[in-house]
Each structure stands twice: as structure tokens, then as C-alpha cells.
Write a protein that binds this ligand. Structure first.
Ligand code: SF4
Length: 316
């Protein structure tokens, strides 16, 4: 029998589910438990196909738009990414029993947008066009009113009404480093721009990127478990590469592992996005253990103890 090649696995901590994702998933489960199936959910509750299919098995029906839902007395949930004011108005118009699973840290950004608008400031959002969270946050004001900036280059061409009466907010799941560059460009061009009191990139995004950056310099290969449409998961893969991992991949689950990636690899870095269940990471560890002589190192860079309460109607 040939001896197994050795593989050292560096497991990033924290990784995986954040408090906002835990709360959103629990809200769907509690809603089904309390009001029976089906429960309608607008948009993927969190960006992960495994979470979505597990909830579908329990009785959730995911729809793209509220117009895809028939008239019903059953609960209708908004996803963790948040929704525009138009969506809330549509749900009210149709008399839907709607429950809002928007992460409280996204709601915080919505409130900032509202406040700046009341103070007559023009709002700039740093974020990715088309992402559900960006649609929800920019949708706190009428279309076209929030200016979107995706890159440092966008800042140079930005047309504003009054350079001395501006404020910016950000998507919660951006790259900490890239966003710092964009903010620097904004404050350079508009020195009087109002910044959020506490930054909008959330603790979970910051901590997961920090943990990845801590171990990436030691990794020949870095694997991030998460969905391709998950913003924070994509940022983790980028963070691994920029911090020195020789190679990095974002995969949904163990079925997408390609063993050719492991040729010559002695150290594997492993993490997962805020919407990826940890059993998917464990599947990858198990597959590696079957193939290699593995050693494990849990590298916990930050401890987390954040939790968010459920709405009262679901808490009991
Ligand atoms: Fe909330 Fe951050 Fe998790 Fe998004 S990634 S759900 S903002 S805690």
C-alpha cells in the first residue's frame, strides 16, 4: 500500500454563519413551525443553495418577486439582504402578512440613508451594482437618488449636486481593503463628506476576511466554501489571494473539489462565507482525510458572540 501524502489544514476562525444569517434562517423555520407551510420568501433568504434547498424541504417557497406569490394569508418573508421601500409598500398593498428577515446591520445602513436624506444630504453608496443588498439600500430613496460607486475610478467621474453636502454608506459585505481605498478617494475629492458613525462593513465580514488574511500567507492552496453569488464569500477568496495564498477557489461544496488543485500542496487554508453551513466545510475536511495524511490547525483569530433577537411574533 502506498503511503498517503501529508496535508496540513489551516482552519480559519471565525468562518461560516454570522448572526444575521442565523437569525434569517431561524425566522423561516419558526414561521413554518408556527403558521404551517407554505411560507413564502422573497429572494434567497441568504445566498446559499444548500440553505435554500433545506428550507424548501421544510416548506418554504422562494420567489423572485412578490408578484410571483398568489393572494395568501401565509407569511411572506423578506431576505437578510433587505428590501427597498417599494417592496414593503407592495406587500402592504397586497395585505401580505410580511416578516422582515433583513439583518439588523443592514437595517442600520437603511436608517443612515433615511437620516442623510432628511438632512438634505446627497447619499453615495459604495457597493456592487445589482446585488440584492444594494437594491434594498438604494431603494430606501426614490430611484436614481442614491449614487452608486463600485471602484476608485468611479469616484473621479462622480457628478454630485453639492460637494459640501454629501454622505456615504457602504454595502456590509465588501472587501475591507478595497473599500478603504474608495473611501480615501471620496474624502480626497470631497473633504466634507459625512462618514458613517460606525462603519457599515459588518463585524462578520471584517472578522472573516481578517482570519483568512492571517493564514493565507502559509497556504499553498486556499478553499472558501460559499455560493458564487455570495458577496462576502467572493471577498474571502480575493482576500486569500491578496494576502499571499498561492492559489484560491470558491466552491459550493465537496462535489466541486478538484484534486488536481492539490498537486504539490502541503498546506491548505480553509474558510467559508457567512451564508455557508459548516457541515459543507466538514465534508471537505473528511474528503481530505480520506485522501491525505492530514494534520489540523484551528486558527481562531477573533472570538464572536454576536446574536440578534427574533421578532416578537416568532420568538415565543
Ligand atoms: Fe448581517 Fe453581516 Fe451577516 Fe450580512 S454578513 S447578514 S450584514 S452579520
Amino acid at each position: 500500500m502506498t503511503e498517503k501524502t501529508s496535508l496540513h489544514i489551516l482552519l480559519a476562525g471565525p468562518r461560516g454563519f454570522c448572526a444575521g444569517v442565523e437569525r434569517a434562517i431561524l425566522m423561516v423555520e419558526k414561521a413554518i413551525e408556527k403558521f404551517g407551510a407554505p411560507v413564502y420568501v422573497r429572494h434567497q433568504i441568504v445566498h446559499n443553495p444548500h440553505v435554500v434547498s433545506r428550507l424548501e424541504e421544510k416548506g418554504a417557497i422562494f420567489v423572485k418577486q412578490l408578484s410571483d406569490i398568489p393572494d395568501t394569508q401565509q407569511p411572506v418573508l423578506f431576505s437578510a439582504h433587505g428590501v427597498s421601500k417599494d417592496v414593503v409598500a407592495e406587500a402592504q398593498e397586497r395585505n401580505f402578512f410580511h416578516l422582515d428577515a433583513t439583518c439588523p446591520l443592514v437595517t442600520k445602513v437603511h436608517r443612515e440613508v433615511d437620516l442623510h436624506d432628511r438632512l438634505k444630504r446627497e447619499v453615495i453608496m459604495i457597493g456592487h451594482a445589482g446585488h440584492a443588498e444594494v437594491l434594498g439600500t438604494t431603494g430606501q430613496l426614490p430611484p436614481g437618488q442614491v449614487l452608486l460607486v463600485e471602484t476608485v475610478n468611479d469616484v473621479a467621474t462622480l457628478q454630485v449636486k453639492d460637494p459640501d453636502n454629501l454622505a456615504y454608506v457602504t454595502q456590509t459585505t465588501l472587501s475591507v481593503d478595497e473599500t478603504a481605498d474608495i473611501i480615501a478617494a471620496l474624502t480626497d475629492r470631497f473633504p466634507n463628506i459625512n462618514a458613517p458613525k460606525k462603519e457599515d462593513i459588518c463585524y462578520a465580514t471584517t472578522n472573516r476576511q481578517g482570519a483568512v488574511k492571517n493564514i493565507a500567507p502559509r497556504a499553498d492552496l486556499f478553499i472558501v466554501v460559499g455560493a458564487k453569488n455570495s458577496s462576502n464569500s467572493n471577498r474571502l477568496k480575493e482576500a486569500a489571494l491578496s494576502a499571499g495564498a498561492k492559489n484560491a477557489y470558491l466552491i459550493d461544496d465537496v462535489t466541486q473539489l478538484d484534486w488536481s488543485w492539490f498537486e504539490g500542496v502541503k498546506t491548505l487554508g480553509l474558510s467559508s462565507g457567512a451564508s455557508a453551513p459548516d457541515d459543507l466545510v466538514q465534508d471537505i475536511i473528511t474528503a481530505c482525510q480520506e485522501r491525505f495524511a492530514t494534520t489540523m490547525e484551528d486558527v481562531i483569530v477573533f472570538e464572536e458572540d454576536v446574536t440578534f433577537n427574533l421578532p416578537r411574533i416568532l420568538a415565543a
